[in-house]
Design a protein around this ligand. Structure first.
Ligand code: FAD
Length: 380
């Protein structure tokens, strides 16, 4: 372990928390400063689009009670000077570091005048609106957040219209077969699905679509993907392109004292011939925060690559949809178990004959088997 004295962690959510815990677990005895834009203790986001909308406020993230380090809440990092190793905060404070963990995550793409869902405040505001009796709910974007919100709104008895710009919701992430099944699954559960169409504007309770139609939209929620929080790195000298570009070890390219983790990190992944990937999943942030911190302590020459197989799960109208790897990078897909007609099936995705991704609908054991095959090919 090399000798570091002052480590700054920017972003006090899942990846940042795991980084702080790992630093202490590894025996780092210097000063840790954790900077977080939110005022809360780190909390879990997955329940925000699920149980919280149903009235359960438990978003506890195990480990956050351990934080005894210098923790600056409600503070934004606004600038990084990598040459002088200084992070500047929105109140003018300059924090010197000899090791830096970037864990600033991502935020939703915004759409004027509509709800988005990333924070506990967003979820409580949406819950209040859902409870206030709006009859028509319009969801823009059929990704996992849009799908989960549509599902919840249906359970609450609302009329739901889901507009997605692709042929089927989650088309890129699930591939053709599973996405087509998901579209039918939404419709069977009473969602009015409109695909291959964009929402171009929302005003006065009306949403305007790219095909010229207008829809009644009393309550509108957008789930149109996220953008990484990297503006504070402008001018820092770090390479940023849809996230902080990192080596397989999560070191920022060209840096020996800065690592990145979680939704903000875009690193060369061993599974995909060193292609840069950015993964917006809980388990990725959970594991990367710890690995990035360990690698920071070890130093670039002794750092280990992060090459976990991504995995993700979502629940939509009672169905459990899981993915492993990155199906969208495949050149071939085949159903290997069950069938869409039974609402239970698994799809294997390969590239040049090598397994790179898997999707399972209500078949969790099959997902585990397919994930093993992806990981085995990666490490063989
Ligand atoms: C509604 C919802 C449901 C989800 N459901 C699932 C799910 O079912 N399964 C799954 O695998 N994943 C799910 N996710 C994704 C998962 O929550 C994220 O992958 C995870 O939160 C990423 O953690 P992170 O620490 O990298 O980033 P974030 O959680 O985004 O945290 C980054 C933190 O950094 C702070 N920050 C940003 N900029 C600055 C700055 N300049 N200075 C200081 N602080 C800053 C932010 O305020 C934030 O607190 C869901 C996400 C959402 C929003």
């Amino acid at each position: 372990m090399r000798r570091l004295n002052e480590i700054v962690v920017v972003g006090a959510s899942l990846a940042g928390l795991r980084a702080v815990q790992a630093l202490r677990r590894e025996g780092f005895e210097g000063e840790i400063t954790l900077v977080g834009a939110e005022k809360h203790a780190p909390y879990n986001r997955p329940p925000l689009s699920k149980s919280v909308l149903h009235g359960d406020d438990d978003v506890t993230l195990p480990g956050s009670e351990e934080l005894d380090d210098r923790w600056l809440r409600g503070r934004h990092a606004v600038q990084l000077d990598a040459a002088s190793r200084t992070v500047t905060l929105d109140d003018g404070t300059a924090l010197a570091y000899d090791g830096l963990v970037i864990a600033t995550g991502a935020r939703p793409r915004q759409f004027d005048g509509v709800h988005t869902l990333r924070t506990i405040e967003d979820a409580l505001a949406l819950r209040a609106e859902l409870a206030s009796g709006h009859e028509h709910v319009l969801v823009i974007g059929g990704g996992f957040i849009g799908g989960e919100v549509a599902s919840t709104a249906r359970q609450l008895g609302r009329k739901v219209t889901l507009v997605d710009s692709s042929p089927y919701p989650m088309h890129t992430g699930l591939g053709e077969e599973a996405a087509r099944w998901l579209a039918a699954h939404h419709e069977r559960h009473g969602v009015d699905l409109i695909t291959n169409v964009r929402v171009t504007g929302v005003d006065g309770g009306q949403a305007h679509l790219s095909d010229g139609r207008s829809l009644t939209a009393e309550l509108v929620i957008a789930g149109m993907g996220v953008v990484p929080n990297t503006e504070w790195l402008d001018g820092s000298g770090l390479r940023v392109d849809d996230g902080v570009l990192c080596e397989p070890t999560l070191y920022a390219l060209g840096s020996t004292d800065i690592v990145a983790a979680g939704d903000v990190a875009r690193w060369r992944h061993g599974l995909y011939d060193g292609a840069f990937v950015r993964v917006e999943h809980w388990s990725n942030a959970n594991e990367q925060g710890a690995v990035a911190a360990r690698n920071l302590l070890a130093g670039p020459d002794n750092a280990q690559p992060f090459a976990e197989t991504p995995n993700f799960a979502t629940h939509v109208h009672g169905a459990r949809i899981q993915t492993a790897g990155l199906p969208h990078l495949a050149d071939e897909a085949s159903i290997v178990a069950g069938s869409p007609g039974e609402d239970r099936f698994a799809v294997s995705f390969t590239r040049n004959g090598v397994p790179v991704g898997a999707v399972a609908v209500n078949l969790p054991k099959e997902l585990i088997r397919l994930k093993r095959a992806i990981t085995a090919r990666q490490t063989s």
